[in-house]
Design a protein around this ligand. Sequence first.
Ligand SMILES: Cc1cc2nc3c(=O)[nH]c(=O)nc-3n(C[C@H](O)[C@H](O)[C@H](O)COP(=O)(O)O)c2cc1C
Length: 378
Amino acid sequence: MDLSTTFTGLRFHNPFLLSSAPPTESESNILRAFEAGWGGVVTKTIGLHPVVNVVGPKTKFLRADADSARLSMKKRPGAALHSSWNWELISDKTLDWWVPRLGRIKQAFPNHMLVASIMAGSGNDTELRHWQELAIACQDQKCDALELNLSCPHMDRPDMGSNVGKDKELVSIVAKVVKEVAKIPVWAKLTPSTTDIVVEARGAFLGGADAISSSNTFTSLPLIDQDTLEFEVQVDGLVSTGGLGGPAILPLSLAKMSQLTQAFPDKSFSGIGGISTFEHALNYFLLGCGTVQICTAAMLDHAIGPGVIRDLNQGLTRFLEKHAGKGWKNVDDFVGLRRDRIVAQSKIRRPDEKDYRGGYDAEGYAAADEVGVSGRPR
Ligand SMILES: Cc1cc2nc3c(=O)[nH]c(=O)nc-3n(C[C@H](O)[C@H](O)[C@H](O)COP(=O)(O)O)c2cc1C
């Protein structure tokens, strides 16, 4: 079976990537990931200035009991993974630390796709030049693509991470500034924490981005323990909002992705959020993603997900075998196949078509023309 695919002009052995996170925070992890069979990796986000993380755990895992409604981070037998919660910042290693390592990784695995995730401020021209500095340094080491982190939900600075990703103009400016120096494809990783992600995606594409990656984690809080009345993650009793990943965000992230792929059916998308099996990844492919990325599931599987990538590759192989009769030979043959099945509520069939007026007068609300809507929904 041919598991390979071409995405933003790059040839991937398979469409499965480790996303930017702890699994890709070091040279040894990335080398192990390529040996394990991942088609590509996105490095832990590289910045120009060192960051300092909180004291204590940066990531914890929330689990659900099968026989009760209990949700807790406490380890216990029989509980199933609900989500990851983290407040980890970008890489705590400097660009100087990363540069020789990126070069060595590419030398060891020239045909595996190494995507450098980068982040800088965006408040003024000096900050914007930092994006260019990071981009040039990574592409000089033969990285295959750049992913702009416009989506980390817990950066303090108002001109970093998801704070940039919430501003369509800044998204556009950052994409444009990086594109000015980039000779390799540029992917923009957007935040799901906005009203309409299509608006920021349009900004990224106007700036010249070659693809959108989505989702980063969703802004969230850990739960409060009913016995201690303390948050399950805290330092000196204090907590700040962090990011939710893992199974809980799969349906949420799919909704964001469907908005994106419907708005830009001809553009490239890398799907992220809640994937641990091929069945999960399939949702993103059928909505129109050409590649997918994984974090939480890999963190829980020997740090870089050797079992996860084996299952993903086997799942895709089995899927292609099952559908060989349709002439499907690789991922491209089914990407986007279910994109157009998502429609407005008013387009969904009712027991009797004429009883439904899309929420207008017959149900007690103002008539369509009274509220300035031309024509009733069919
Ligand atoms: C501990 C942790 C650290 C992360 N660090 C980064 C990061 O540095 N840059 C980034 O773009 N995303 C980062 N992410 C987000 C992941 O790449 C991914 O978008 C998110 O976890 C959703 O995928 P998942 O459901 O497979 O975990 C991080 C996630 C976690 C759990």
